[in-house]
Design a protein around this ligand. Structure first.
Ligand SMILES: Cc1ncc(COP(=O)(O)O)c(C=O)c1O
Length: 355
């Protein structure tokens, strides 16, 4: 790895660093970026370490002008023996590759993405909270940095990882506003890619939800505004009777890694989980029939959020406490923090710097 001479190999924690419980999410950023440039002629360069404050992004870049940028969000945890591991890093790397393909950005080799992730953790090892009290969130971001005001694939890109330490998220409770007009994504669009455009499309809905006293948005399909997609920036799960349902990956929602974990954990517990179109009408009916159970959102940042209600101005669908959320949350936390838990190969050890 190339290092500027003034950069120490291990990022030091500043004095009066907050306890993990006071970190929140995304408030404190690690001091370094671990990055790699891509040139149309020459391909990927060597990984390098850049002080975060020194990283330039030109106003005329493809990323700034046209949103030619994709990203990932994954976490590193400390295990009970103080070792550090990345959780489901290959799956996150593969999703970054798919997002890059969709936006015609250069697709980084999986080995390069994983190497940069490991380096980002090694450099910020002191920023990984103690076992059970949080994680280091990594945000690998691939963007067009070439200056050009015409729309075309760029000749220069950068893959850069910024990190932020965060506390252990408890399952928070949210009420969702089923947004009747604005949409997040449509068939043929970018909904399955992790790219800024989806979040730009979503911010208006979030604000409209808050104006109406809700915490976040329940996104509906673009054509009929009747089918549920995502819960804000999380995947959605609903329990009806003794089964659990989650919307199918139809190209308009993100293929969440946590969603995949939860489906596996439910299956391991003998709970049937189906990928099925979920309409507001079907949930209303299940509520009337008394079969509607819990609902929750899943994501790397929040882990599990309890959805207490979904409203659209005409009706309020209320979910019940059944114990499902607590058991899924506990199983997921254990899987994330414990390498080898349940015999699953979801954790990859990150050796200390220089080991
Ligand atoms: C739009 C959206 N949906 C779903 C998710 C959940 O995905 P994951 O579980 O991989 O974090 C995220 C978070 O990354 C997201 O931004």
């Amino acid at each position: 790895m190339q290092l500027p001479p003034e950069v120490p190999l291990l990022a030091q924690l500043p004095p009066d660093w907050p306890a993990p419980e006071a970190l929140g999410f995304g408030q404190y950023l690690g001091p370094y970026l671990v990055e790699c440039q891509h040139r149309a002629e020459g391909g990927w360069g060597a990984p390098c370490l850049t002080p975060r404050a020194a990283s330039p992004l030109p106003v005329a870049s493809g990323a700034t002008q046209y949103g030619l940028s994709v990203f990932e969000g994954l976490k590193a945890y400390r295990d009970a023996s103080d070792g550090i591991h990345l959780f489901r890093a290959p799956e996150h790397a593969q999703r970054l590759q798919r997002s890059a393909e969709r936006l015609h950005l250069p697709v980084p080799p999986q080995a390069l993405i994983l190497q940069l992730c490991r380096l980002a953790v090694q450099v910020h090892a002191d920023y990984v909270p103690p076992h059970g009290r949080g994680s280091l969130y990594l945000r690998p971001t691939l963007f067009a940095e070439e200056e050009c005001l015409g729309l075309r694939p760029a000749m220069r890109h950068r893959l850069s990882i910024v990190v932020t330490p965060c506390g252990d998220p408890l399952p928070k409770s949210v009420r969702l506003w089923a947004e009747p007009e604005l949409i997040r994504a449509a068939p043929g669009g970018l909904g399955a890619a992790k790219t800024g455009a989806n979040y730009a499309a979503g911010i208006g809905g979030l604000l409209r939800a808050k104006e109406r006293g809700y915490d976040d948005v329940a996104w509906l399909d673009a054509a009929t505004h009747t089918q549920l997609g995502e819960a804000g920036t999380m995947n959605l799960f609903v329990q009806i009777g003794d089964e659990v349902f989650t919307p199918p990956l139809d190209g308009t929602i993100l293929a969440g890694i946590t969603r995949d974990c939860v489906m596996t954990l439910l299956a391991e517990r003998g709970i049937a989980c189906h990928e099925r179109v979920l309409t507001l009408a079907a949930l209303t009916q299940a509520g009337t029939e008394g079969t509607l159970g819990s609902a929750f959102g899943t994501g790397t940042a929040a882990r599990i959020a309890r959805i207490t209600a979904i409203g659209d101005g005409q009706r309020e669908i209320r979910f019940r406490e059944t114990g499902l959320i607590e058991s899924v949350h506990a199983a997921l936390k254990r899987a994330q923090e414990t390498p080898g838990d349940g015999g699953r190969a979801w954790c990859d050890t990150v050796e200390p710097m220089g080991a």
